[in-house]
Design a protein around this ligand. Structure first.
Ligand code: FES
Ligand SMILES: [Fe+2]
Length: 438
């Protein structure tokens, strides 16, 4: 890929910068606030896709577990004696008490708080009080927690509520292939924030599926990334996932900032030599990182291709996860948005920063300042009350106002640019689920 051309399209990608292959399904406002629509999403989509349940680093030992609550459902992810992880509905088979009430921990067995039934890590019932008092005999060994399909990728444990779900690898394709040069599974989650926002969950899917908003919502992003769509490659995949690649060098728009100058200097490049030629500085930075990176402890760089040393790769996994791979110390940012249990106009927006190890360095630069390279504990925040991080605050501030606008009788459908084709694509894939085409 040279500096002047767009990145080449992945072999199995459709050009996401054109609407030619889209049906043109309307994106009406009620999708964002109707309770009926919210329930259809639950019945036809959320109960069929793969969800991130937890991170393997949370489950180092047999008996370690995490709970993932999603709307009214609760799923238990448990590290097994054999090293595997299994997923169970978090509900006692006696009379339906929620089995585990906290978010995670470590146990030898799960004991129900109501009548003391006990389950092994494998989910099998191993004790029921008064076993002689069951007409059919002691249920121990015969009854088990209801299990769900469970698998791992990227250091995360995933589960699906659909017993007939396609394998996780097939569901995620081609995202793992696109991220093959990043050892996401070996990275450390140095930031983990869960932010309550008064907007429908789909704002995030829409927002991350276009870069049209960058100049207006993120005016400072042009310091280090090309803002204009002609510097972006938009891709749409048959599986329903999307990607955009943004060239990593300053915008042509004059912006006063030392950031790029300092980046070049940090890699022994003379910023004056690239005055007015930011695209060339991108290529020079690739060469410098290629040459110097490993000797400076950035061993992860040896696996990265040249463009991965400077550019930004936003992967939007249908329906609600975005994985953004960056050249900034190799960090990967993951965003996940989930609906509120009851209210279609509320959601939880989750932000995680994953960082690779850099030899000789024990802390990493983040939106929250320097953080130690160790697993973060989750921070529970509320948008409008807490500061949640520069770019995230910028996106969310629009999202809450868009939610209001989407109620207006004056809005009937989106009027999109070609570069926003992935936005309509997202809604068409959602409609495929809702209408039984997927
Ligand atoms: S509901 Fe769990 S033991 Fe009775
Ligand atoms: Fe944004």
């Amino acid at each position: 890929m040279n500096a002047m051309s767009k990145p080449s399209l992945e072999p199995d990608a459709l050009d996401g910068g054109t609407s030619a292959r889209l049906r043109g399904d309307p994106i009406a406002g009620d999708r964002y606030w109707s309770r009926d629509f919210m329930e259809r999403e639950w019945d036809r989509m959320w109960t069929r896709i793969w969800h991130i349940g937890g991170r393997l680093a949370e489950l180092p030992q047999p008996g370690d577990y995490v709970v993932h609550n999603f709307r009214h459902e609760s799923v238990l992810l448990v590290r097994q004696q054999d090293g595997g992880v299994r997923a169970f509905y978090n509900v006692c088979q006696h009379r339906g008490n929620k089995l585990v009430w906290n978010d995670g921990g470590s146990v030898g067995a799960f004991t129900c708080a109501y009548h003391g039934w006990r389950y092994q890590l494998t989910g099998t019932l191993c004790y029921a009080r008064d076993p002689e008092n069951f007409a059919e005999g002691d249920p121990s060994g015969k009854i088990a927690l209801k299990e769900l399909p469970c698998d791992t990728w990227g250091g995360f444990v995933w589960y699906s509520m659909d017993p007939r779900a396609a394998p996780l690898a097939a569901y995620l394709d081609p995202i793992p292939r696109l991220l093959k040069n990043r050892d996401v599974d070996k990275m450390t989650r140095v930031i983990w924030r869960r932010i309550k926002v008064d907007t429908n969950w789909k704002f995030a899917s829409d927002n991350f599926n276009e870069s049209y908003h960058l100049p207006d919502v993120h005016p400072s992003m042009g310091i280090y990334v090309v803002e204009h769509y002609t510097g972006h490659q938009f891709e749409i995949y048959p599986s329903g996932h999307n990607r955009v690649v943004e060239l990593g060098h300053p915008s042509a728009r004059p912006i006063v900032s030392d950031l790029w100058v300092n980046t070049l200097k940090a890699w022994d490049l003379d910023p004056a030599a690239f005055e007015g030629r930011p695209a060339e500085s991108r290529l020079a930075l690739q060469r410098a990182r290629r040459t110097l990176g490993p000797s400076r402890g950035h061993h992860y760089m040896t696996k990265l291709e040249d463009h991965e040393l400077t550019d930004y790769f936003h992967h939007t996994l249908f329906p609600n996860v975005t994985i953004t791979a960056t050249p900034n110390d190799g960090a990967v940012h993951i965003f996940r948005t989930e609906p509120d249990a009851n209210d279609p106009e509320k959601c939880t927006f989750e932000y995680m920063m994953l960082a690779p190890a850099i030899e000789g360095v024990d802390s990493v630069a983040t939106v929250a300042g320097m953080r130690p390279l160790r697993e973060a504990i989750p921070e529970e925040l509320t948008f409008g009350v807490d500061t949640v991080g520069d770019f995230v605050d910028e996106d969310l501030s629009v999202a809450v106002h868009q939610q209001k606008g989407l109620h207006s009788r004056g809005y009937t459908d989106a009027h999109l640019t070609e570069q926003e084709s992935r936005v309509r694509r997202f809604h068409e894939v959602l409609n495929d689920y809702l209408d039984g085409r997927r």
